[in-house]
Design a protein. Structure first.
Length: 465
């Protein structure tokens, strides 16, 4: 367990950081609210082209509510951009800790700022940006000395940020023992940790308990339930999987033994090992094809249609993420959450999206930023405050024992069993070809195995280019 805050550590760090330029006592910055800033007119190219999840981010697309088209992977359902402002976010100044956060986290960072300043007399400034703008502005302005000390963002930004040299490795010390290993893996790149994870997200099984009293434990059970419900006309479509959505079909791929990229012994993704045409990848393609032919999957269903069918009771089961939970509860249906069924005894691991604090490689107050994270954020109290402000499944292990919401507990368990969405730049070559293969299978316009083989070859070609 992390120890209580150590004022001496913080103050000593501050002294080392600003002694050369101030030579005296620092006056805390007055609490003036969180400034909101726009994106710059020129931005860096995002790292990936598909589900930027917090659903796909995903965690679902980068709009807070998934769309029927794949978005970029660090998409954050429910997180609109910050309100426009005439000037870009100010960069960090020596002696003042500067944090860039989005509209969900910035208000809480303002509360953290006030508490931190009050106790340690260390000035902190918080600026609000659009979620994706945080990444783009850091890449664009960090190397110019115009970036922040700290950002809050998604793990699938990591490949781009590390490749551009704009985030610094972190040593969390004993705090790492309190964090889910899957979350730590998500923020590890080439063997180095680059973030303090605080929340993670993955999909799980929603089921209408009035139609499915006991959730299926295996994939075969799910299909049997679906056949029975459709045969007697109880529902229009028993199980839903939206077309053109690789992110939501990934658990079937992983459960069949397939993969996107292979991994080395340290868990790093290997872009030279593409797995859509592996034995498991071909089994995944055949399974989708078989379910379409049997009517257990339906062509033309997008995210909005799937959600509407669950809300009106014309569908019984759907695998998606916690961003859909409020709508499910408001629908009037008796919808519960369970784990994704196993496939032939293998866990159907979902993609996991993780959010974390990251330190800018060009931060003028890097030591102070690290101390802020390890001594202030990495505590039971701060992690609980983050969860209260944005109730995503927490990565902080001691907090999980206190979660009373059974649905959130199920999503938390699902994330713990999942695989971090690849954060390497080569992931941008995957989404289009993978989506094409799924469309060919759903539309029955190409042999399923050939669709998977073609997709894998196209991915290899795109990576090679």
């Amino acid at each position: 367990m992390i120890s209580t805050l150590k004022p001496a550590v913080i103050l000593m760090t501050l002294a080392l950081t600003i002694a050369a330029c101030t030579g005296g006592t620092t006056t805390p910055v007055p609490a003036t609210g969180v400034p909101s800033v726009p994106a710059p007119t020129s931005t860096a190219v995002p790292e990936t082209d598909a589900p930027e999840t917090d659903a796909p981010e995903t965690d679902a697309p980068e709009t807070d509510a998934p769309t029927d088209e794949p978005a970029s992977p660090s998409a954050d359902p429910g997180e609109p951009s910050a309100s426009p402002s005439p000037s870009p976010a100010p960069g960090a100044e020596e002696g003042t800790l500067t944090i860039w956060a989005d509209n969900i986290r910035a208000p809480l960072m303002e509360e953290f700022r006030q508490a931190f300043e009050a106790e340690y007399e260390v000035p902190v400034q918080v600026y609000q940006l659009g979620f994706g703008d945080i990444r783009d502005q850091l890449v664009l302005r960090g190397p110019l000395g115009e970036g922040p000390d700290l950002i809050i963002g998604a793990h699938d930004w990591l490949g781009e940020l590390v490749t551009n040299g704009v985030v610094a490795p972190l040593d969390l010390g004993d705090a790492a023992d309190n964090i889910d290993p899957v979350a730590l893996q998500a923020f590890t790149y080439d063997g180095q940790l680059y973030g303090l994870p605080y929340a993670q997200e993955a999909i799980a099984l929603y089921y209408n308990a009035d139609l499915v009293p006991t959730p299926p434990a295996t994939w075969e059970e799910l299909k049997t339930i679906a056949r029975d419900l459709q045969a007697d006309g109880t529902v229009e479509q028993a199980y839903l999987l939206q077309q053109a959505d690789p992110y939501h079909s990934y658990p079937i791929l992983s459960g069949m033994g397939g993969y996107i990229f292979g991994q080395d012994t340290e868990g790093n993704y290997d872009p030279s090992d593409v797995g859509l045409d592996s034995e498991g990848g071909l089994a995944y393609a055949r399974e989708l094809d078989s379910m379409v032919k049997e009517g257990l999957l339906r062509a033309g269903v997008d995210y909005g249609a799937a959600e509407a069918m669950m809300h009106d009771g014309s569908a019984a089961m759907w695998i998606t993420g916690p961003w859909a939970l409020t709508g499910m509860r408001d629908s009037g249906q008796n919808i519960q959450v369970a784990q994704i069924p196993t496939i032939d005894g293998t866990a159907a691991a979902p993609f996991v999206g993780v959010h974390a604090f990251m330190v800018s490689a060009d931060a003028p107050n890097q030591l102070l930023a690290e101390a802020f994270l390890t001594e202030f954020v990495a505590t039971d109290q701060s992690m609980a405050a983050l969860f209260d402000a944005d109730p995503r499944p927490p990565t902080w292990l001691p907090l999980r024992e206190l979660i009373a919401d059974e649905a959130i507990a199920e999503f938390t368990e699902s994330a713990s069993q999942g695989n971090p969405m690849p954060a390497i730049p080569e992931m941008s070559a995957v989404w289009e070809s993978w989506t094409d293969a799924i469309n060919f299978i759903f539309d029955q316009t190409q042999d399923a195995e050939q669709a998977a083989r073609d997709a894998a070859e196209n991915i290899r070609t795109d990576i090679g280019d």
